[in-house]
Write a protein that binds this ligand. Structure first.
Ligand code: MN
Length: 225
């Protein structure tokens, strides 16, 4: 049976001559722990992209309001096309006119695992069943979370709900999306990423380093004619 190209839809939607997003397929390394990332994406509508590693790709959901630590709050999560593992390192701006045009921030990252053990099989089974209980080990997201499938929308995309489990990490009155507004990777704000400023930490380090004058460039002499 021919295996379906897992990133076909992802690649079909993008022009890699124009966007700096990765085409993917270069990361062959199977990580010991399953990776997790959330990207804040200021596209036509601001949203948060939740990505969970499985079988060599990042399963992806667009969460319009982002995650909530309040177990009473159910956040809509639209399943979107699988993304390459390399997308986990992407932060920058997708140019105007391209798919998903806008600024992308690495908002959280880490690893995740099935809540009740069972390894990768438990993740596959949970996704299949439409009820995936996981524990997230991120910087900003921690503890138990569940993804529950509800239905497909008019465009055939699958709707899920992202809900915080009631555990010791749950918080009723903490708006993590409001509190955490910088990149977990570079420390930059959305505006700084949009302006194309260099990594905030690296910039600070570079500024403290001894400055060496840039070599003078000779201007070509232009003859008036
Ligand atoms: Mn997105």
């Amino acid at each position: 049976m021919p295996r379906k190209q897992p990133l076909a839809e992802y690649r079909r939607k993008r022009n890699f001559a124009k966007t700096k997003e990765p085409a993917g397929g270069t990361s062959r390394r199977q990580s010991k722990r399953l990776r997790f990332v959330i990207q804040k994406h200021d596209a036509r509508n601001l949203h948060f992209d939740l990505r969970l590693e499985l079988d060599g790709v990042m399963k992806s959901w667009a969460v319009p309001k982002g995650p909530s630590y309040d177990p009473k709050t159910r956040r809509l999560a639209m399943q979107v096309e699988d993304h390459p593992i390399e997308y986990n390192a992407f932060e920058g701006t997708i140019p105007e006119g391209e798919y998903g045009a806008g600024t992308v921030m690495l908002w959280d990252r880490g690893t995740y695992e099935p809540e009740e053990g069972g390894g990768i099989d438990a993740i596959r089974e949970g996704l299949e069943r439409g009820n995936l209980k996981i524990v997230i080990h991120g910087k900003r997201l921690q503890g138990g979370w569940v993804l529950v499938r509800t239905r497909a929308d008019a465009r055939g995309r699958t709707q899920w709900l992202l809900i915080k489990h009631r555990d010791e990490t749950a918080k009723d009155d903490f708006d993590v999306v409001d509190e955490e507004t910088t990149s977990v990777a570079s420390g930059r704000t959305m505006d700084e990423i949009a302006e194309g400023r260099a990594n905030a930490r690296r910039t600070a380090a570079a500024a403290s380093r001894k400055k060496r004058p840039a070599p003078r460039r000779r201007r070509p002499t232009r003859s008036k004619s």
